[in-house]
Design a protein around this ligand. Sequence first.
Ligand SMILES: Cc1cc2nc3c(=O)[nH]c(=O)nc-3n(C[C@H](O)[C@H](O)[C@H](O)COP(=O)(O)OP(=O)(O)OC[C@H]3O[C@@H](n4cnc5c(N)ncnc54)[C@H](O)[C@@H]3O)c2cc1C
Length: 495
Amino acid sequence: MKKIIIIGAGIAGLSAGIYARLNGFDTEIYEMHHTPGGECTGWKRRDYYFDGCIHWLVGTKPGTPLNAVWREVGALDASVPIILNDTFYTIDYHGQRINLYRDLDRLEGHLTEVSPADKQLITQFCRSIRALKPMSMPTEKPYDMMNALDMAKMAITMAPFAKHFSKYEKLSIGEFAAQFKSPALRRALTAVIPAQYKATSLAVTLASYANGDSGWPTGGSLALARRMEKKYLDLGGKISYKSRVDKILVENATAKGILLDSGQHHLGDFVISAADGYATIFEMLEGKYLSEQLQELYSNRQAYPTFTSVQVSLGIDGDLSQYPSSLDLALESSINSGGIDHKHLGLKHYCFDKTLMPAGKSVLTAVLHADFEWWKNKYDLGEAYLSEKERIAAEVIAVVKKHYPEAQDKIEVVDVATPMTYHRYCNAWRGAWMSFVTTPQSKIRFIPGKLPGLDRFYLSGQWTLPPGGLPTAVLTGRWTIQRICRAVKQRFKTN
Ligand SMILES: Cc1cc2nc3c(=O)[nH]c(=O)nc-3n(C[C@H](O)[C@H](O)[C@H](O)COP(=O)(O)OP(=O)(O)OC[C@H]3O[C@@H](n4cnc5c(N)ncnc54)[C@H](O)[C@@H]3O)c2cc1C
């Protein structure tokens, strides 16, 4: 049996492990943390579970190609109810309410009512969303394994969407929103996904939502990761937690194994890194195997920015279920989160999933985009970091108390995660969650997973398929094993 060493037990690493076991490889995953899931995680504080990842999961809809993949890896099954809220997001723009409904006719009618002057743009946008509803990302095999026939088939499948897709490719969400006359609609369109992303991202996300996909798996992110961990272990895979990889061992331009920070080394026939891309390429491999494409991605930060954020999580001894679950609130005075002034605050309560907190209580989170360097400087100063966390929590709590009277004197638990949290716990480059933002300037969409001049080594995970996200993590794990199966001339199996 050939042995595959996998670095990282995030969703990509677990996916690679599961498919590797299904294809008869001996596998061991080395994970620096003590828990599976990587960025797909959550944490318990007293009676409350705070989710740190899933806002929407593409592939929850049965019958879609991605759903089949989630089922293959044991992340979703009949025992996991999927929760589909009718309203994706509610935007409170200085008292004016806008609801991004799942039902497209309702959405179109509502937006037109909010701003009759924008009727034409609203109609066009909703027409495109409607047309994009059946679109799904190709799951079958990685692009580098597609032959001319596969490419032709993909082109035919994608043809009906091309017109609607290309319309929004050259615009950022911010530029698209700026075409609207209503300030409330302009805000609504930039509230869900950061304004730098291509407008296509918003259209495709709303289309997936309108298609009855992009739901919430009951139990949340950590439970999903644990189901994948179980599937992997049940298949006979091994995981070593608290095992941080320092170096990938290379001999004669061939990956031979890994060196842990404990000084131990482990050898294998193949090495897959499903850890952070920067840490893999520039630290574990010391930047020796760079393609032009990778150089461009990691140096042109204007074309390929990344995002990170602060998450304030509150455990509240009160029931917030009467409020919209996801709310974007225009603030009377802005909140500063590490060098960035926020005039709006994104709040989310999780009362739709009763498994996360005791009856009658609520979990409420606020997410604010943040500057990694700013938080790193504070972290390096020690105390300043803790006092900043307290300050930002106090500012969020003040807003929460004002807008949710049930929270007055009822906040039992406060937790703050910063960009440094993602960096420290997931080794995430610049604290990034998701990978490179796909802006209208981004040309690179796909990284083949092989590095020039390095044999028997494969890159996997969100950094190989911008803009990242859980679907790309699970798919790239699968694709990596498809590549290895091809390398050893073995047919790829899924069960
Ligand atoms: C706040 C937030 C919200 C999000 N919302 C969504 C959402 O709604 N929908 C969605 O689809 N996605 C969402 N994402 C993105 C999603 O979580 C990621 O895209 C996905 O989890 C990435 O998976 P991955 O396996 O590629 O990488 P990671 O999760 O980064 O996994 C890498 C693993 O490698 C380990 N590792 C790193 N370095 C080493 C080393 N040297 N040695 C050993 N192990 C190492 C890490 O500890 C980690 O476990 C969100 C992320 C965050 C943080």
